[in-house]
Design a protein around this ligand. Structure first.
Ligand SMILES: Nc1ncnc2c1ncn2[C@@H]1O[C@H](COP(=O)(O)OP(=O)(O)OP(=O)(O)O)[C@@H](O)[C@H]1O
Ligand SMILES: [Mg+2]
Length: 332
């Protein structure tokens, strides 16, 4: 682990025990399995995959809304030891903020923008006077591209894009180091998406923020990611440098997922691979590799064991027995 990583995650795992019926024994949903990565200031880690693959579960674990079932989480050099139902240490909670897809759900309809932005300062910055808090809120409103007269308005008086700007402003009031963005632009029109992505890029540069950017939209992620985790059925199946993964996807799932995104060039359309079928039920996982039942490369060997993530180049790891492994020479 390098000292300056803002998030150091090792094998983060989150399982849920659920009851599927009044007489059924409790079953375990493996929502997230062994996600590992390092995230540095100013960098963006993209997390992609189909619905239900565990993206939001990872977001909840990283923001300490829930503890991992197992694995290690280190934020800003501090190892997080969270118990179920226990609030995280205040300083670590300040360092990692979350932005959701629908800011309407996370903004209090009865509070003005000024009240919402000043609230975190009231709770955490007792050294600041009311005038200083107002000043800080006004500066942030300006920084996220809203106007001074907006501060006395309520959430319902804004458009979706403006509401997302308010949510971003509120998340930044205590100068966090990391923003976990869970589908932050998925509910917005394309032109508004671009504006919010530009704003996020500017803020990242200005404040040295690290982003965990969750999205099912690969065209969005491609533009902004430094690193990527491709998830399938709760498991990272391809991880590493985004430029390499995007230009040369190796896992059959990554290949299918990427080729399912629309391509403008009509000559390339016929190369598109179809991602057929649905992910398996978490209550009855298939034996071996969970992607095998949908995989165009699958052989009988694939149902024997769930392949681990292994390096396939200096910067990329893949979990698939049909992908050629790099012969990396490890120095003693
Ligand atoms: N509290 C919970 N109890 C039981 N199962 C859960 C719980 N939260 C999530 N799950 C299950 O864990 C899996 C991962 O869910 P998660 O919400 O992380 O997926 P996601 O990738 O964010 O999906 P989407 O793209 O639809 O938002 C799903 O099978 C989901 O049903
Ligand atoms: Mg989700």
């Amino acid at each position: 682990m390098t000292a300056e990583a803002v998030i150091h995650a090792v094998n983060l795992t989150r399982h849920y025990r659920i009851k599927s019926g009044p007489f059924a024994a409790p079953a375990v949903v493996k929502a997230l399995n062994e996600a590992s990565f390092d995230l540095y200031p100013g960098q963006t880690l993209a997390v992609v995959g189909e619905s239900g693959c565990g993206k939001s579960t990872l977001a909840r674990v990283l923001t300490m809304i829930e503890p991992p079932t197992s694995g290690e989480l280190t934020i800003n050099g501090h190892r997080v030891e969270l118990k179920e139902g226990e609030p995280p240490p205040a300083d670590l909670r300040r360092d990692v903020q979350i932005i959701f897809q629908n800011p309407y759900g996370s903004l209090n309809p009865r509070k003005t923008v000024a009240t919402m932005l000043e609230e975190p300062l009231k709770l955490n910055r007792r050294d600041m006077s009311a005038a200083q808090r107002r000043q800080a809120a006004m500066e942030m409103i300006d920084r996220v591209g809203l106007r001074p007269e907006h501060v006395d308005r309520y959430p319902h008086m804004f458009s979706g894009g403006q509401r997302q700007r308010i949510a971003i402003a509120r998340a930044l009031m205590l100068h966090p180091k990391v923003l976990v963005l869970d589908e932050p632009v998925s509910a917005l029109d394309l032109s508004i998406q671009a504006q919010i992505l530009n704003l996020l890029a500017d803020l990242q540069e200005e404040f040295g923020l690290a982003y965990v950017f969750i999205s099912h939209d690969l065209s969005v992620v491609k533009r902004i990611a430094d690193d990527v985790i491709v998830m399938y059925f709760g498991q990272p199946v391809e991880t590493g440098h985004a430029a390499e993964v995007f230009s040369h996807p190796r896992h059959p799932y990554t290949q299918a997922l990427f080729s399912a995104t629309p391509v403008a060039d009509p000559n390339r359309r016929k190369e598109r691979m179809r991602l057929q079928g649905e992910p398996p039920s978490p209550l009855s996982p298939p034996p071996g590799c969970p992607f095998a039942p949908r995989c165009f490369k699958a052989t009988s060997e694939c149902s024997l064991e769930d392949p681990p993530l292994e390096p396939v180049s200096a910067h990329v790891n893949v979990a698939c027995i049909h992908v050629e492994k790099a012969r990396l020479t490890l120095r003693p």
